[in-house]
Design a protein. Sequence first.
Length: 84
Amino acid sequence: MGLPGVRDTNPGLASRVRAERAGGSTWQSIADRFNEEGVPTVRGGSAWRVSSVQSAGGYVRPPAKVKRVVLPDAPRRRTARVTE
């Protein structure tokens, strides 16, 4: 489904991202370096962004830690007494 990604079209670039990341580089610094070197993006663009580098490196965001919130019961409405 969809277009092929960096890992499919350029595995050498994907391994470079993983190696630089393992060496302590930030996502932003890798994107800046690719932009300075003029490395084209997967779709032929010229601007690498953090999300593009993360995708190229195979980053998967960890699942959110959802804290379950229990709300108190709503107050009961008073019913009006009917007087005849």
